[in-house]
Design a protein around this ligand. Structure first.
Ligand code: NAD
Length: 349
């Protein structure tokens, strides 16, 4: 358990980081420091429900700012760092990769250096507790192709396709090297696609929902047959707590929902839910599926990702709580009742 820990979370104002912080504060018993630059993707509105809790602290900072980072580690006597800060949108990485190199690679390097310096100066009793948990993606493994047999395991070779996944792969390698070469205590996890409340409206599920509600077209890349594994964000947050608390140092854990879907199936299910839930449909349509349009495929688009999460299941006993049907319905209901959040985060970025 993470009771009694002083935890610094980078990227805590983002989609997954905010879910993790809400979960930790609700559990209680630990101190949580959210260290976030507040890029377009980060918003403190996602943390309003816990912002007044005395065990929650916020520092606006860049992971590339080593001084501020080092001070935060010392001031709050941090004994666990969970590193989520990153540029995360694949399309943006294709249009402008530099920010991905700066944050995901150089920023991770700076964080490693600050953690190492801090770790080396800790009293022994605290040093034995200290660890850095690096949060990564299954996209580092590249494309499984359209054959339906394979799964990514922790031993799968790295073969990233996009500037985003290449920058995350580079970060994973740096983290392992700082463990092997300098003895920094680390654990890693690689997770499949997350969905759920508070996801910035640029990724597949929130874009589909929000476009549909406004009667705008719902864009699908290529033929929509790309396969992804989907995991409800709170299930990822629970898995991160398990890996951070009990994962074996130097090891990585794959996290996934065992829930493969084509993008077209995902969009179809959202449209079905909206058909049931929204009585006044926009623009005189009778079925939200009428809004689907196929657009030119993303360059380098991977065909299939699928993750084998059995190590996490067998060694730490983790399994997801939500099925895709229940998680997706919760997500749709959340967006239908939080359109103000969507408008506010979009207008502030
Ligand atoms: P997000 O884009 O919603 O949030 C990223 C957060 O990082 C934002 O709050 C942003 O302000 C912050 N940030 C960006 N650059 C920063 C910097 N230089 N210094 C400090 N803070 C900075 O991302 P997310 O979807 O919550 O993903 C979080 C992590 O999980 C990322 O490392 C991502 O690679 C990984 N991941 C995401 C998914 C997914 O499906 N979303 C799946 C697997 C792994």
């Amino acid at each position: 358990s993470l009771v009694g820990r002083n935890i610094l979370i980078t990227g805590g104002a983002g989609f997954i980081g905010s879910a993790l912080i809400r979960h930790l504060i609700e559990l209680g018993g630990c101190r949580v420091v959210n260290y976030d630059k507040l890029t377009y993707a980060g918003n403190l509105l996602s943390l309003e429900s816990i912002a007044q809790d005395p065990s929650y602290h916020f520092i606006q900072g860049d992971i590339n700012d080593g001084d501020t980072l080092g001070k935060a580690l010392r001031q709050y006597e941090i004994d666990l760092v969970i590193h989520l800060a990153a540029e995360t949108h694949v399309d943006r990485s294709i249009e402008g990769p530099r920010a991905f190199i700066d944050t995901n690679i150089v920023g991770t390097f700076e964080l490693l250096q600050q953690c190492l310096q801090y770790y080396r100066n800790l009293p022994t009793e605290m040093a034995t507790r200290f660890r850095l948990h690096h949060v990564s993606t299954d996209e580092v493994f590249g494309d499984l192709g359209s054959d339906e047999a394979g799964y990514f395991s922790e031993q799968s070779p790295y073969a990233p396709s996009s500037p985003y996944s290449a920058s995350k792969a580079a970060a994973d390698h740096l983290v392992r090297a700082w463990h092997r070469t300098y003895g920094l205590p680390v654990v890693l996890s690689n997770c499949s696609n997350n969905y759920g409340p508070y996801q910035y409206p640029e990724k597949l599920i929130p874009v589909t929902l929000l476009n549909a509600l406004q009667g705008k077209s719902i864009p699908i890349y290529g033929d929509g047959k790309q396969i992804r594994d989907w995991l409800y964000v709170d299930d990822h947050a629970h898995a991160l707590c398990q890996v951070a608390a009990r994962g074996k140092l130097g090891e990585s854990y794959n996290i996934g929902g065992m829930n493969e879907m084509t993008n077209l199936e995902v969009v179809g299910l959202i449209c079905e839910l909206l058909n049931q839930k929204v009585t006044e449909k926009p623009c005189g349509i009778s079925d939200f599926r009428q809004l689907i349009v196929f657009v030119k495929d993303r360059p380098g688009h991977d065909t299939r990702y699928a993750i084998d999460a059995s190590k996490l299941n067998h060694t730490l006993g983790w399994q997801p709580n939500e099925s895709f049907a229940s998680g997706l319905e919760k997500t749709v209901d959340w967006y239908l009742t939080h359109l103000d959040w969507c408008h506010q985060v979009a207008s502030q970025s």
